[in-house]
Design a protein around this ligand. Structure first.
Ligand SMILES: *Cc1c(COP(=O)(O)O)cnc(C)c1O
Length: 367
C-alpha cells in the first residue's frame, strides 16, 4: 500500500551529528550556536537583526509585546490563520479583532483591515498564509496615515521572496516558525527579524525573562530561549532551505499545470508581487458541486494523506466561548476553509508519487 504523508521534513544524519557535537561540548542551553545561526540568517534574509526563539508563537508574542500592547487595546488579525496569531494578543491582555481575507489570495488586504480600525487599535498582525507573502507595499501605503505598527506573522514564509527581496524586512517586524512541519525546522524554533536596533534589543530582553544585565529585570519577559542543540539542527537546515524551496516550487508547477484544465478544481492564485511562494502547503479548491469529504476519503483510501487547512480562529470553541462568535460571522474565511484541501508537496516526493496523486485526484473529481 502506498503511503504519502502530507509533509516530510528533510532531516538526516547531518542534523543528528551536529546536535550531538553540541551536546558533547556540554553547553546545551542558549549560547554560541544560537548566535551563529542568527548571523547566518541575517545574511540569508539580508536584514540587520535576527533573534532566535524557542518557537514561532513566542517570537510573535515578543514582537507584539515590544509595542506595549495591553488590556483595553485591540489588535487586528485575520481569522483565517493558525491560532497563535490571535492567542499572542490575548497573552498581552488585549482583544483580537478579526478581519476577513481576500477570497482569491486568502491573505488580508488593506481594505479588510481598515474596516476594523478603531481608536483602540494598537497593532495589526498580517499573515503570509501557506507561505505566500501579503502585498506589503500596498498595505504600508494604504495604512500609513493610521500610524499603527504592522507586524507580519511570516511563520510559513521563511525563504519567501516579495518583489525580488526575501521576506523579513518589509514590515518593521516579522516573526517566523521553525516547527517540525515548516520548510526549515529546529523541531521547535522561532525567529524575529527587524532592521530596527531598539526593537531587536527589546526582543532579546523579552526572550530572556526581561533581563538586562545579570539579574536586572527591566521588562516582564518570559523564558523564550532556544537551545544550542536546536540551533545546531537549524544551521544544517539553513544549508538545505534553498533546495527545499526550489523542489517544492517545481512540484507546485507540476500540480498547477496538471489541474489547469479541470473544471472542478482551482489551483492557488499567485500574484505578480510574489517572486517566490514557499508552498508550506499546496492547497486546491473544489467547486461547490464536489463533496470535499468524499474526495478526501478516496485519497486516504489510496494512501494519500491530506489536511483541511486551519479552521477560522473565530470558530474555535474557546473563542466562541469567550467572544460569542458564531458560524456566518466571517463568511469568506469560512468558505475558504470549507472548499479547500491541502495535498502533499514536499522535497523528495518523486515524480512517481506526484503523478499518482494527480491521477487519483483527477479520477475522484470526475467520477
Ligand atoms: C506555525 C505557525 C505559527 C506558530 O509557530 P510555532 O512554532 O508552532 O509556535 C504561527 N502562525 C502561523 C501562521 C503558523 O503557521
Amino acid at each position: 500500500m502506498i503511503k504519502i504523508p502530507i509533509a516530510n521534513p528533510s532531516i538526516d544524519k547531518k542534523e543528528a551529528l551536529s546536535a550531538y557535537n553540541v551536546i558533547k561540548k556540554g553547553w546545551i542551553s542558549m549560547g554560541k550556536e544560537v548566535l551563529k545561526l542568527e548571523k547566518k540568517i541575517q545574511k540569508y534574509i539580508g536584514i540587520k537583526h535576527a533573534i532566535l526563539f524557542n518557537n514561532g508563537t513566542s517570537a510573535l508574542h515578543a514582537a507584539l509585546a515590544y509595542h506595549g500592547v495591553k488590556e483595553g487595546d485591540e489588535v487586528i488579525v485575520p481569522t483565517l490563520s493558525y491560532i497563535s496569531s490571535a492567542n499572542v494578543i490575548l497573552y498581552c491582555g488585549a482583544k483580537p479583532v478579526f478581519c476577513e481575507v481576500d477570497p482569491i489570495t486568502f491573505n488580508v488586504t488593506a481594505e479588510n483591515i481598515i474596516k476594523k480600525i478603531s481608536k483602540k487599535t494598537k497593532a495589526i498582525i498580517t499573515v503570509d498564509l501557506k507561505g505566500m507573502p501579503v502585498d506589503y507595499d500596498d498595505l504600508k501605503k494604504k495604512l500609513k496615515k493610521y500610524k499603527i505598527p504592522l507586524i507580519s506573522d511570516s511563520a510559513e514564509a521563511f525563504g519567501a521572496v516579495y518583489k525580488k527581496k526575501k521576506v523579513g524586512s518589509q514590515f518593521d517586524m516579522h516573526s517566523f516558525s521553525f516547527f517540525a512541519n515548516k520548510n526549515m525546522t529546529m523541531g521547535e524554533g522561532g525567529l524575529v527579524t527587524t532592521n530596527n536596533k531598539k526593537m531587536a534589543e527589546v526582543c532579546r530582553i523579552i526572550r530572556n525573562q526581561g533581563q538586562e544585565g545579570r539579574y536586572n529585570h527591566t521588562f516582564i519577559g518570559n523564558n523564550y530561549r532556544p537551545t544550542d542543540y536546536a540551533a545546531a539542527i537549524g544551521l544544517e537546515q539553513l544549508k538545505k532551505i534553498e533546495n527545499v524551496l526550489n523542489k517544492k516550487g517545481e512540484i507546485a508547477k507540476i500540480y498547477n499545470k496538471a489541474f489547469s484544465n479541470e473544471k472542478f478544481i482551482k489551483t492557488p492564485h499567485v500574484p505578480s508581487y510574489v517572486t517566490r511562494h514557499t508552498w508550506y502547503m499546496y492547497c486546491i479548491k473544489f467547486s461547490k458541486k464536489i463533496s470535499r469529504k468524499k474526495i478526501q476519503k478516496i485519497l486516504h483510501s489510496n494512501g494519500i494523506d491530506t489536511r483541511l487547512s486551519f479552521p477560522p480562529i473565530h470558530l474555535q470553541p474557546i473563542y466562541k466561548k469567550i467572544f460569542g462568535y458564531k458560524k456566518g460571522d466571517f463568511p469568506v474565511s469560512e468558505q475558504i476553509f470549507e472548499q479547500f484541501l491541502d495535498i502533499p508537496c514536499w522535497m523528495g516526493m518523486g515524480k512517481k508519487n506526484i503523478n499518482y496523486i494527480i491521477k487519483i485526484i483527477k479520477s475522484a473529481v470526475n467520477n
